[in-house]
Design a protein. Structure first.
Lengths: 259, 701, 424
């Protein structure tokens, strides 16, 4: 049986929201992501992308449903789950007082990378990401582009089979964003399973093998870009997204009124 | 928000690579934060000796001034010539020391006016016995004269207490005059034929049998824990607030939580770092002081002469370990519960105060470790340290103390780990309750509101004129405890019926209350006596309190009205009404009864009243929980107070120390509760014993 | 126009501050709640200690008691808190027991020394006690006072036998009368603590607002919004300055109010039976203007100082560590001012902060010396002016304004002065 590296089943998160009371931020989400595949989570702000990914990385506990990363269930084996994934988002900052080299060494140890290989691995990443020049300068003194490189290296330092990128390009300038996207494609080539959330249509079009459209916490459609085009008869992802989101809108509104 | 307990919530001390990595990170980050190091290490290193120097300089100045001070005096009245001769004698006889020639006579016509205008420091008014009687009769001075002096002439020393020279001069003069009088009497005795020098009669000499080491140890032991706690807090608080609260602020917490390290490892690593910093800074400061002492820059005060053997040092270190762990844990917990560095800083003063308070325990005279103090974390170790330094240790008590504080440290650490699972704390989202307000917010804020109510009550009580008990009760109980529930209901838009439990109970409950109230009174009285064994109360205090409460000028029916009916109604509205309502989903029924009871107890400020009133509070809460209504509690409370007042006013002693009364009252109480239990209508909307998992049930797996 | 702009900005600052929890707690709640809580803790602790002491029984062993003085044991036991046993063993083991804490006292009776034996049954007593044990020390004082009164009684009987009449023997009695009224005592006490507390509270209450007004703006990234407003930057600075000063002064005054409310309870032990008179005790109303002026001066000074340091902070933490040294320097003198002997001389009136504390002290005592008060006013005003001008000079720097300046005031000054030298 070929189990996909990432699988969720009926994943649900309920929390309280300032305006709306009890909110199902994520509602019965079923997803899979295969090796060497980039699964894009496409949705507007507040659609539930971040919450889903945070549940996958065990920062948040699911209210209901299950999720497995490399066969480990998020609630039963949270540490194994975290050990087999790398999580990158705009909010995963770096420690300001330590250097990039120390940062990488720290996170390799934290992720249980075999301790005798830590130094080799760190040097390898320093070369690969071309951060030699500032590998011993404190993070607080680096420019944002440099920080980004260190941050990505930090994400993959323990060579995880699964990678999660939560709106990674949101705070980056054009050149840095392109570089990041190139790197993500490269990781796909290495056989990683990659979850990638974004609200930028072109990014999803360009990068993702399959796209899951998420709106108000629910997955409205999943498929390759071509499959989505076929089902809707529309060409541009933006149109497809709007179609899905709007079709459901009256129902959604009605549901909200009932609450 | 629901929270399912994680399986990793019991802290275990394992030095995994992750723990070491976090420890290293924390220490490295601290050492590279120059400004923090400056403030928490360098500044105190300089400041501490500066403080010592300054205070010893101040003390020198004070002594110098005192030695140079002269007291200008005058003598007035019928016997002024005699008094003046005594004063001359004082100056002349003990003239060898300069300090005693400091009484300078001043001529004045109006001594009183001169004293008022600070031209004089004091004057002696000599009074004949008749004059003294007149003064006494006028009763302006509040002075009593011992019988043995009845009929003697009186030297009235008049001074002005808000001037140092005057106050001090009066004290000294009194001593000198007493000495002179003794000498005069001795010579009187000898002249009359007393066979020996009166000074040689029944001579008492005191000899200390304790070693110097023990005496110095006792002195040092008093404040050693306090100093250490201060130094630890000084160093560790900066690291602790920065570590979790700071990470939330900088966004590194998410990065950390998505690594493979477990929450336990993260907390362990951070805790170890705080412990290390706390110990290091305490050590640095001690060395620092030691160097200054060695160089003679600071005057070696008493208590520093203790020889510290390696065994003693090691024992002290082992004893202090749980204290360090607990202190670090509390700081870390504070940090974990704050959303930002700023929030953590804000509660820090309260934490520091709270942690320092138990270290004052060794200052209490006559406090032995073999008492209830054994069970108070930190305080017990502090007392144990004192005993150790004296050299008299009670092994089993010390072990219990060590274990208790250690257990507290473990518990706090477990709380820290739990806090890392609290999603609201991690993500820093504001909760729905805070946004919407209303009844749900009240559930969150109820404790906070009661803290403020407590402070208000203290202030009101302090500032009430005590003249009329009726007015006092009406304001401090009637108005405060009536207004509070009304304000709460209005502010949080509560439903008064629900918030105050205004429901009719089933009729059987009334019978239970009628039986239970007298039994409860006896039981509480007995609890008070039991408590007196553990926590003795000054008898004077209790008597004074009784006098204030039971003035004889007020008729009994009014006492019953003001001390039973008014509190019975309004206190119930506040405690078994809004407090119980607000807390109902936070604890199980037993926890509720205890918590509401104890809070109720703390509103009776006198420390000796707290246990008995807390017991009454627990009973009343239980009654309300069982009957679902506030009315039985009101009746019970009124009956309880009414009976106590009535019996007190009649001077009826009941209970005494007889065990029969205790057993009988407990049995009767049990019967009453059985009756109430039989006709119960439980308090609605309590927390269910199991956290509801309705959403999980729909798990499609 | 300028005043109106400043007023608008000021109101804006104050309003946001009043909605900020940390500031509400630090500047308003703590001064108000602190006294009741501390007082309660103090009284609870006191009655606990008193109860402990009341209950404690001293274990006293008596060795070699002469038969003629049996009644001495009775009077020891009459105390109720002394349990007496006869010690028949070797006194050395008894002393050992005292040393190890098994016994509180060993009272050993001896023959009277030579030259004192002429009196029948005269004796000497040696009390062996343990100075390391509190209970032994209190036992010692209990026993000593009992023996002393026994001795006096004995001599008194002898005196009667020798026919010395009562009035001659009594010689003279002593009584003391404190001519200070309750009000004066109260003032004296208040003068000791109020300046000290006011100073600390003003500094504490200005602390968070100072950080909020500078680092807070940067953390919320509203600083640049503020800088792009169509108002001169000096107006922004003035409004912020007034806001911090207001909160500082308010904290000080609230503290006074809270203190006055709790005063009766603090003073009760002092006043004893005259508790009723305490109702009038308190800070004399006539001195309120001076106190208000002093607090305002303190607020203005502390606010200016804190802002100069905090302006460089980019976040709360930095702000805190930049202000803390200044805070310490400001409140340190308060410790010395507590001493009642320091005179409010013209020399001290030149010293900022200390002079205000002394001025407050004198005002509470009921007399304000005119010359030192005027010097204080001038000296403080000069300090405030210097601080404000300095702050404006610092604010004119663009790097500081944009928050791009590295380090604190110190490194800024080094850079500025270094550059100045390089330029000339």
């Amino acid at each position: 049986m070929n189990k996909p590296p990432v699988r969720t089943q009926g994943l649900t998160k309920v929390f309280y929201d300032d305006n709306r009371g009890e909110v199902r931020a994520v509602d019965q989400v079923d997803l899979t992501c295969q090796k060497g595949e980039i699964l894009g989570l496409l949705g507007a702000n507040g659609a539930g992308k971040t919450t889903t990914l945070r549940m996958l990385s065990t920062v948040l506990q699911p209210t209901a449903g299950r999720a497995w990363v490399m066969g480990h269930e998020v609630r039963d084996e949270p540490e194994r789950v975290r050990g087999s994934l790398g999580f990158y988002s705009a909010s995963t900052a770096l420690y300001p007082k330590i250097t990039p080299r120390e940062t990488l060494r720290f996170f390799a140890r934290m992720n249980r990378y075999p301790s005798d290989q830590v130094d080799d691995r760190v040097e390898e990443l320093v070369r690969r990401f071309r951060i030699q020049d500032y590998a011993d300068t404190r993070v607080e003194k680096l420019s944002s582009g440099m920080k980004q490189k260190v941050s990505i290296a930090r994400t993959v330092v323990h060579d995880p089979p699964v990678l999660i990128f939560d709106e990674p390009t949101v705070a980056l300038d054009v050149l840095n964003a392109i570089e990041l996207r190139q790197f993500i494609s490269q990781l796909r080539g290495e056989g990683k399973a990659i979850l990638f959330s974004t609200h930028i249509m072109s990014e999803a079009e360009q990068l993702c093998d399959r796209i899951a459209i998420i709106h108000h916490g629910e997955i409205l459609a999943t498929g390759t870009l071509d499959e989505l085009r076929e089902t809707t008869g529309l060409h541009y992802l933006e149109e497809i997204f709007v179609r899905y989101a709007q079709v459901d809108d009256p129902v959604q509104a009605a549901r909200e009124n009932l609450r | 928000m629901k929270w399912t307990p994680p399986r990793e919530s019991v802290p275990t001390l394992r030095l995994t690579p992750a723990v070491r990595a976090i420890f290293g990170l924390e220490i490295r980050s601290l050492l590279r934060d120059v400004r923090t190091v400056l403030i928490s290490v360098v500044l105190p290193v300089l400041l501490l000796p500066a403080l010592f120097l300054a205070s010893s300089w101040m003390e020198d100045q004070r002594v110098e001034r005192e030695e140079a001070r002269t007291y200008r005096f005058a003598v007035t009245g019928a016997d002024s010539a005699f008094a003046a001769s005594l004063m001359d004698q004082i100056a002349a006889e003990s003239g060898e020391e300069a300090t005693d020639r400091r009484f300078l006579p001043v001529r004045t016509d109006d001594a009183r006016a001169a004293l008022e205008r600070a031209l004089l420091d004091l004057y002696v008014e000599t009074l004949t016995p008749q004059e003294w009687e007149a003064v006494e009769a006028a009763d302006t001075l509040n002075l009593e004269m011992p019988d043995q002096y009845a009929g003697a002439r009186v030297f009235l020393i008049r001074f002005h207490s808000s001037r140092t020279a005057s106050r001090e001069g009066a004290d000294r003069l009194r001593e000198h005059l007493a000495e002179v009088r003794t000498a005069r009497r001795d010579s009187m005795l000898v002249a009359a034929g007393f066979p020996v020098d009166p000074e040689m009669v029944a001579v008492v000499e005191a000899r200390n049998v304790a070693t110097d080491q023990a005496v110095q140890g006792a002195r040092l032991g008093r404040f050693l824990t306090l100093i250490l706690m201060g130094l630890m807090l000084l160093g560790a608080s900066a690291v602790a607030t920065d570590t979790l609260a700071g990470e939330k602020e900088r966004g590194t917490l998410t990065t950390l939580l998505t690594t493979a390290a477990s929450r336990t490892e993260i907390i362990t690593g951070k805790l170890l770092a705080i412990v290390a910093v706390a110990l290091a800074i305490a050590l640095i400061q001690i060395l620092n002081l030691w160097v200054y002492l060695g160089l003679g820059i600071i005057d070696a005060g008493a208590g520093f002469a203790v020889t510290v053997t390696p065994t003693l040092a090691l024992s002290l270190f082992v004893l202090f370990l749980p204290v360090v762990a607990l202190t670090s844990g509390v700081l870390l917990l504070t940090s974990a519960h704050a959303r930002s560095y700023k929030e953590a800083q804000l509660v820090l003063p309260a934490v520091i105060l709270g942690m320092s308070l138990p270290t004052l325990a060794p200052f209490l005279p006559d406090l032995s470790l073999r008492s209830a103090i054994m069970l108070v974390p930190i305080a017990n170790v502090a007392v144990g340290v004192r005993d150790l330094l004296i050299g008299q240790v009670h092994g089993p008590s010390l072990l219990v103390a060590w274990l208790v504080t250690g257990a507290a440290a473990t518990w706090v650490t477990a709380r820290c780990i739990r806090a890392l699972h609290d999603e609201e704390l991690i993500t820093g989202d504001t909760s729905r309750e805070e946004f919407l307000g209303g009844p749900d917010l009240f559930r969150k804020r109820v404790i906070r509101w009661f803290i403020v109510l407590w402070a208000v009550k203290v202030l009101v009580d302090f500032n009430l004129p005590v003249d009329d008990l009726r007015v006092a009760v009406l304001v401090s109980v009637g108005i405060v405890f009536l207004a509070f529930p009304l304000i709460v209901i209005w502010h949080f838009r509560l439903d008064p019926k629900k918030a105050l439990a205004l429901r009719m109970p089933r009729p059987g409950v009334w019978l239970g209350v009628l039986l239970g109230a007298p039994a409860g009174l006896v039981a509480a009285n007995f609890a008070f006596q039991l408590m007196d064994f553990v926590l003795p109360v000054p008898t004077e205090l209790v008597e004074n309190f009784g006098q204030v409460l039971m003035p004889e000028t007020i008729p009994v029916w009014q006492l019953v009205l003001f001390l039973a009916l008014v509190p019975g109604i309004v206190e119930e509205l506040t405690f078994r009404g809004v407090l119980l309502h607000g807390l109902r989903r936070r604890f199980g029924p037993v926890g509720l009864a205890l918590v509401v009871g104890i809070i109720f107890g703390f509103f009776h400020f006198q420390i000796f009243r707290i246990p008995a009133t807390a017991l009454l509070g627990v009973i009343l809460t239980a009654v309300t929980l069982l009957s679902g209504s506030i009315f039985p509690a009101i009746l019970w409370h009124t009956l309880n107070n009414g009976l106590a007042v009535y019996l007190g006013a009649r001077g009826v002693e009941f209970g005494g120390e007889s065990w029969w009364w205790a057993v009988g009252s407990v049995l009767l109480l049990a019967l009453a509760f059985w009756i109430i239990w039989r006709s119960r209508t439980p308090y609605p909307d309590l927390r269910s014993p199991q956290p509801d998992r309705d959403l999980d049930d729909r798990d499609p797996d | 126009m300028a005043l109106r702009q400043i007023w608008t900005l000021y109101v804006h600052e104050v309003r946001s501050a009043l909605r900020e929890r940390s500031i509400l707690v630090g500047s308003i709640l703590i001064p108000l709640v602190m006294y009741p809580a501390l007082l309660w803790a103090g009284f609870a602790g006191l009655s606990f200690v008193q109860g402990q002491a009341d209950r404690l029984t001293s274990r006293v062993a008596v060795h070699g008691l002469p038969d003629a003085h049996r009644s001495l044991v009775d009077s020891l036991e009459a105390n109720g808190r002394i349990s007496v046993t006869e010690w028949d063993d070797d006194p050395a083991t008894g002393r050992e027991r005292v040393a190890t804490g098994g016994l509180d006292l060993l009272v050993q009776f001896r023959e009277a020394s030579e030259g004192a034996t002429a009196l029948d049954d005269n004796f000497r007593v040696t009390i062996y006690y343990n100075a390391a044990q509190d209970r032994s020390r209190s036992a010692r004082s209990r026993v000593e006072s009992t023996i002393d009164s026994y001795r006096r009684n004995w001599i008194n009987v002898a005196r009667q036998d020798l026919a010395i009449p009562d009035p001659v023997w009594a010689d003279f009695a002593m009584a003391r009368d404190d001519v200070a009224t309750i009000e004066e005592s109260t003032r004296f006490l208040l003068a000791m603590i109020v300046p000290f507390l006011t100073l600390i509270m003003v500094a504490l209450a200005a602390f968070y607002p100072a950080i909020d007004a500078t680092a807070g703006e940067r953390e919320r990234s509203t600083w640049e919004t503020l800088m792009t407003l169509a108002v001169p930057r000096s107006h922004v600075a003035t409004a912020k300055y007034l806001y911090v000063a207001t909160f500082g002064a308010m904290g000080g005054l609230l503290n006074l109010v809270a203190l006055t409310l709790s005063l009766r309870w603090i003073l009760q032990p002092l006043a004893g039976a005259d508790a009723q008179e305490l109702a009038q005790a308190g800070i004399p109303l006539s001195t309120l203007p001076v106190i208000a002026l002093g607090t305002a001066l303190l607020g203005l000074f502390v606010a200016a100082g804190m802002l100069v340091f905090a302006i460089f902070a980019r976040n709360f933490k930095e702000g805190q560590s930049m202000i803390t040294p200044f805070y310490l320097v400001v409140i340190l003198p308060a410790i010395f001012v507590q001493s009642p002997d320091i005179e409010f001389s013209t020399g001290l009136a030149l010293l900022p902060v200390v002079n205000v504390a002394l001025l407050l002290r004198e005002a509470i005592m009921g007399s304000v010396p005119v010359l030192p008060a005027l010097i204080t006013l001038v000296s403080m005003a000069a300090c405030v002016a210097v601080a404000v001008i300095f702050a404006q000079w610092v604010m004119r720097n663009e790097e500081v304004l944009l928050g791009a300046s590295e380090g604190g005031l110190w490194s800024f000054l080094k850079r500025r002065i270094g550059n100045g030298r390089a330029a000339t």
